[in-house]
Write a protein that binds this ligand. Structure first.
Ligand SMILES: [Zn+2]
Length: 133
């Protein structure tokens, strides 16, 4: 398989088995996205959507994910952004950068855990990603 340069969104309840390359599956039910690693290695990448993890934007045609997708746990260790459906490749991180990154992620999650937030309802979450609703 070759590198994927563009992903199209598909809104689903749960992720299909197997996933198709070049598709970014968005599950509002599980608040997460799933896709096959864009390097073409075929590994599934699940990105949970939350303020401390990934944020999804949908402009009616294409999706963007922030932050970048760093597949540190995969053998390929690929690192890229999905911006307006385009896959923008980032440089690979060094081992120490990866460790630092994982530590920061951990801290973000813990900070969020400590902040008592009222969880938005399912419909509020849906409205955020579906502009027409
Ligand atoms: Zn890969």
């Amino acid at each position: 398989m070759s590198k994927i340069s563009h992903v199209i969104p598909e809104f689903v309840d749960s992720f299909p088995m197997p996933m198709s390359p070049g598709v970014l599956y968005v599950s509002t039910m599980f608040n997460s996205c799933g896709h096959l690693c864009c390097c073409g290695c075929g590994n599934e990448v699940i990105t949970p959507l939350s303020p401390a993890q990934w944020t999804l934007t949908y402009n009616g045609r294409d999706v963007s994910l922030a932050k970048s997708i760093g597949n540190w746990t995969l053998p390929c260790k690929s690192h890229y952004w999905i911006r307006n459906g385009r896959v923008d490749w980032s440089r690979q991180f060094t081992e120490s950068e990866i460790r630092l990154n994982q530590k920061n992620d951990q801290a973000d999650l813990q900070a969020l855990d400590r902040t008592p937030t009222s969880q938005p309802s399912f419909w509020e979450r849906l409205r955020r990603i579906l502009p027409w609703s």
